[in-house]
Design a protein around this ligand. Structure first.
Ligand code: ADP
Ligand code: MG
Length: 396
């Protein structure tokens, strides 16, 4: 267990400077924030600190700038959005690494919020450089990490700084992510069902390996299922199959036994384009000239029934090419089945960028127990890996 913001309750926080690492890696469009979900997710932490008179210096990365100070990746457009959401002015700091910045941080008023420029503009961020971390640490009196989405990277603003600026605690968003994802690993209510999909089995092998001994069932959809079909000796047509992973899939089937549940049938087409002609076929009747782009209706029902009897369900990866209707039908059916399960008292957790996006697109995000804000980070968590940005925080 990691120490959280709540542990600072009762301490004299007024006038203290908090360096808060957030994940404001948001999509921008025409110089404005196109989706503020990640910013909104940090508001509980920011409001809590402000209401205690803490001065807040925010650190975040944005995108993957290759050159230093690539204007395209400036965090400046986020200022306005944050001001709007907080209902308070937000200052901007061009260069958080200078002595002048450290002096400036001492001049902020109580409750004032300042956003620093993209941490990746500064050499050393991605190398976890202790010197850069030292410069960041000069901006505050304690450290809060609320950037779960960046916690799987050991960077200066996520890892090295947590060793230098104490106390180093988890913000509310980080704490919530660790609580829900951690509970899956520690003490899930049974039956515990995992639903896995997406394009490639290769990116999810470690997830399967880690989940297999923990869950009661793994339901597999997406293109991933086709590699398993190939392992079963079935015709897979032009489906996305990783030929070099067929042997591994066979091995997993042997090891997993009844635990691994594959689609009964599929929706096939010539290409994943809107308006193409589609067919539903049994998994043993996939035409050689077509490809699998979704699970079929009978599989929706089969998976839905298994989700219905589960007490804990974790989902990563869409069941088909969910970004191209009608191949989103299987993914939507799973999302609805999980929403129903939540309503009946099951714990439902979504990890993974595309699966979370599908749930949000269906407007079902509030009908899940937890939708993780960290795509890559949640995947690494499900792989059983230690996230360096989490490990570096103080223990509770
Ligand atoms: P997540 O981001 O939730 O972890 P992934 O990134 O692993 O999910 O997988 C999402 C991708 O998988 C999407 O781009 C989707 O189009 C693709 N995909 C799913 N099923 C298929 C399929 N049958 N054929 C081709 N691509 C698929
Ligand atoms: Mg993805």
């Amino acid at each position: 267990m990691k120490r959280t913001l709540t542990s600072l309750e009762g301490q004299p926080l007024e006038g203290q400077r908090a360096v808060v690492r957030v994940d404001f890696n948001v999509p921008l469009k025409n110089g404005a924030v196109a989706d503020a979900t990640r910013i909104e997710a940090t508001l509980p932490t920011l409001r809590w600190l402000r209401s205690r008179g803490t001065r807040i210096i925010l650190l975040s990365h944005l995108g993957r700038p290759t050159a230093a100070r690539d204007a395209k990746y400036s965090l400046r457009p986020v200022v306005k959005e944050l001001e709007h959401l907080l209902g308070a002015p937000v200052a901007f700091m061009e260069d958080p690494t200078t002595e002048a910045a450290a002096r400036q941080s001492r001049q902020f008023k109580r409750g004032e919020v300042c956003l620093a420029e993209n941490t990746r503009f500064f050499p050393g961020e991605e190398k976890n450089d202790p010197e850069l971390a030292k410069a960041f640490a000069r901006l505050g009196d304690f450290y809060v990490n609320d950037a779960f989405g960046a916690a799987h990277r050991a960077h200066a603003s996520t890892e090295a700084i947590a060793h230098l600026l104490k106390p180093a605690v988890a913000g509310f968003l980080m704490a919530k992510e660790l609580e829900y994802l951690g509970a899956l690993m520690a003490n899930p209510q049974r039956p515990f069902v995992a639903v896995l999909g997406g394009a490639k089995i290769s990116g999810k092998i470690d997830v399967i390996e880690n989940l297999l001994p923990r869950v009661d069932e793994i339901l597999i959809g997406g293109a991933m299922a086709c590699t398993f079909f190939a392992a079963m000796g079935l015709e897979v047509g032009k489906s996305l199959v990783e030929a070099d992973r067929v042997a591994l899939a066979r091995q997993l089937l042997d090891r997993g036994g009844q635990k691994i549940v594959l689609p009964l049938g599929a929706v096939v087409a010539g290409e994943a384009e809107p308006g193409v002609e589609t067919r539903s076929v049994g998994r043993d009747a996939i035409p050689a000239d077509l490809a699998v782009f979704d699970i079929d209706r009978s599989t929706q029902e089969e998976f839905g029934a298994r989700i219905k009897q589960a007490r804990t369900i974790v989902w990563n990866g869409p069941m088909g090419v969910a970004e191209v209707p009608p191949f989103d039908a299987g993914t939507l059916a799973i999302a609805h089945a999980m929403a129903d399960a939540t309503a009946r008292g099951a714990t439902t957790v979504i990890g993974g960028g595309d699966s979370a996006a599908a749930v949000t697109a269906a407007g079902l995000q509030d009908k899940m127990t937890h939708v993780s804000t960290g795509g890559g980070a949640s995947l690494e968590f499900l792989e059983g890996k230690t996230l360096p940005g989490v490990a570096a925080l103080d223990d509770a």
